[in-house]
Design a protein around this ligand. Structure first.
Ligand SMILES: O=C(O)CCC(=O)C(=O)O
Length: 368
């Protein structure tokens, strides 16, 4: 049985240290959300997020290799320059595979705690796999309503040997086919900047890849909690598969005074069957000297059904030096970010609870 929320330590131990996660908490039967999950008012969905759905149609990528190439590139680049988020269809990742990946996620999280807990940090026999809950429970003031499985890619053989049996085959095929998609999108985005980047550099820029499976159990008080707090992703591009439940919100970046006076504006990225969501990460913002925007996003919980989402994060190899591309600095007459080693950016990112786009300050030179 789950401990009462008045006993903060035992709740933390039950959820985090014993590996029961939010799923274990909700399986024990909850009528209200424990205090440890109640967000401060300025982060609560009920109080702050008056959102409207993203109304841009999904971009049809079948045109990328045909006569509509230029229009498709234009649409992708425009989305990356403004919201930093867009959806794609006819993307080359088979739709049946998307179903298999979601089923694999449900199979993994549907297991008893002891089966999942073998992958917990500090316990996992595989350095490539981590099961956990929230984002950084040891440093967060308020926990996020989410359990996750993180699978790092080194090569196909390691993945099939180490990733959990419940989902490894589908997850690996999803990673490999989505990586092709990332290569095509990145070629389009780099080309649109009017610069050339060697193929070997492109491979180094997406040389660290991981698939996460996120599981959001139903929440008795969705308006008080977050599934994931506001953040942007740290890498190049993220490919996200979401199921039909919805709950992903993106912040509309607009620095004009009129927007500031009206407060923040958030847009829901509605589920579209067969589509994949793409978002720009901090590293691509930095390489493009601020032209492409990493998107601040967050996730709402729901009271009725468990939601799953499966992001593929593409990031630079940890030893890679990152700085704005020299041609862009020359053209812009200013470097907006300083050079750093990606490993240092990653360490900073994974040392702090989610706080919007604050990690970008690590690299920022001028206030933007
Ligand atoms: O669940 C989602 O829709 C987004 C997940 C996310 O932002 C993340 O895993 O970083």
């Amino acid at each position: 049985m789950a401990p009462s929320s008045e006993d903060g330590n035992s709740l933390f131990n039950f959820v985090v240290r014993d590996g029961n996660g939010v799923k274990g908490l909700t399986d024990s039967g909850l009528s209200k959300v424990p205090d440890q999950y109640i967000q401060p008012p300025n982060e609560q969905f009920g109080k702050t997020t008056a959102a409207h759905p993203h109304d841009q149609p999904a971009i049809d990528l079948s045109g990328l290799d045909g006569p509509n190439h230029d229009q498709v590139v234009e649409a992708v680049a425009k989305a990356a320059e403004t919201l930093g988020f867009f959806q794609v269809v006819k993307h080359g990742v088979p739709v049946q595979l998307l179903e298999a990946v979601k089923e694999g996620a449900h199979r993994f999280f549907g297991q008893p705690t002891e089966k999942k807990a073998v992958y917990m940090k500090g316990v996992s026999t595989s350095p490539l796999v981590k099961y956990g809950t929230s984002f950084l429970p040891e440093v967060e003031k308020t926990l996020e309503w989410k359990d996750f499985l993180n699978m790092v890619y080194t090569n196909d053989e390691d993945a099939l040997q180490h990733w959990p049996n419940q989902c490894k085959e589908a997850a690996l095929e999803y990673l490999n086919t989505s990586t092709q998609l990332v290569r095509r999108l990145l070629a389009a985005l780099i080309g649109h900047l009017g610069v050339r980047v060697d193929e070997s550099r492109v491979e180094a820029l997406i040389g660290l890849r991981m698939v996460n499976m996120n599981f959001y159990p139903p929440c008795p008080n969705p308006e008080l909690t977050v599934g994931v707090g506001r953040h942007s992703d740290l890498g190049i591009l993220t490919v996200l598969l979401q199921d039909g439940i919805g709950g992903l919100y993106v912040k509309v970046e607009d620095d004009t005074n009129s927007r500031r006076n009206r407060g923040e504006e958030w847009m829901e990225i509605p589920p579209i069957p067969g589509a994949l969501v793409i978002n720009v990460g901090d590293t691509l913002q930095i390489l493009s000297n601020g032209r492409y925007k990493s998107a601040e996003h967050k996730v709402r919980t729901t009271s009725t059904q468990s939601r799953v989402s499966i992001p593929l994060f593409t990031m630079p190899r940890s030893s890679e030096k990152i700085a704005p591309l020299p041609h862009l600095v020359e053209r812009d007459g200013v470097a907006r970010y300083q050079e750093f080693i990606f490993d240092d950016y990653m360490n900073n990112f994974f040392s702090n609870a989610h706080e919007g786009k604050k990690p970008l300050e690590f690299a920022q030179i001028n206030s933007q």
